[in-house]
Design a protein around this ligand. Structure first.
Ligand SMILES: Nc1ncnc2c1ncn2[C@@H]1O[C@H](COP(=O)(O)OP(=O)(O)OP(=O)(O)O)[C@@H](O)[C@H]1O
Length: 224
């Protein structure tokens, strides 16, 4: 997948499953040890990070990279990389009004997201740790909210190449690493009222995602 991204494609890895099945663990895994080495239990994000930099450095490539890290909870977007304003509460600090819109090329983008330029493997790891720490804060505030939100860690990479005719070619690829909200059986989990509505919304969004993927695979024009 990383190779495709470096060739200018947009790729997504989803972690999907019931609560406690290891979605977050699979995406993030164990955090760095003191020597900065990847632990054996490192997740997909740090492993992809390492592969991206190993490949680009190995090719002596001319590149630039940006990262976004955000969460969708209850139809509201929280930017984990938004700068912190000390006067606000920790929940308010993160909540920034960002909205979804089309970019004119048929792609959906999240407007006003903080995009952090990164120059090393360590930079990406630091952003992952920063965002994951903020995610844990909302967890304690809102009864393990991370289980009920979709989080999206994206790395956008521009690679400059020279063509045979000595023209500049820029390849732009994006790797989206998504930790989906848990899939939930409402009747079995005993969720009531607001929580049942919330679980219903999560299931609806996961169902819609399944339909979108089917439509893409089958080359349907409309989503059934
Ligand atoms: N392969 C694994 N090896 C060791 N521990 C694991 C593994 N997978 C998950 N765990 C542990 O199991 C617990 C639940 O994992 P995790 O939080 O990743 O699940 P989840 O699917 O993201 O849950 P939720 O949907 O509730 O957010 C965590 O304490 C995690 O450290």
């Amino acid at each position: 997948i990383v190779k495709e991204v470096l060739n200018g494609f947009n790729c997504i890895v989803f972690a999907y499953g019931q609560t406690g099945t290891g979605k977050t663990y699979t995406m993030e895994g164990g955090m760095r040890n003191k020597a900065g080495e990847l632990p054996a239990e490192a997740g997909i994000i740090p492993r992809a990070d390492r592969q991206i930099f190993d490949t680009l450095e190995g090719q002596n490539a001319d590149y630039s990279m940006k990262v976004t890290f955000w969460e969708l909870y209850n139809e509201e977007i929280t930017d984990f990389l938004a700068s912190e304003e000390p006067s606000k509460s920790s929940e308010e600090r993160q909540k920034k009004h960002v909205s979804l819109m089309e970019d004119g090329k048929g792609c959906v983008v999240v407007r006003d997201l903080e995009e952090e330029a990164v120059y090393s493997e360590n930079d990406i790891y630091n952003l992952l740790e920063r965002g994951a720490a903020r995610r844990r804060t909302t967890d304690t505030l809102l009864n393990k909210r991370s289980s009920r939100s979709h989080s999206v860690f994206s790395i956008t990479i521009h690679v400059k190449e020279m063509t045979v005719g000595d023209e500049e070619l820029i390849k732009c690829g994006k790797l989206n690493l998504v930790d989906l909200a848990r899939s939930e059986n409402i009747s079995r989990s005993g969720a009531r009222e607001a929580r049942a509505r919330e679980a219903g919304e999560i299931n609806k969004s996961l169902l819609t995602l399944g339909r979108v993927i089917t439509a893409l695979v089958e080359h349907f024009i409309h989503i059934a």
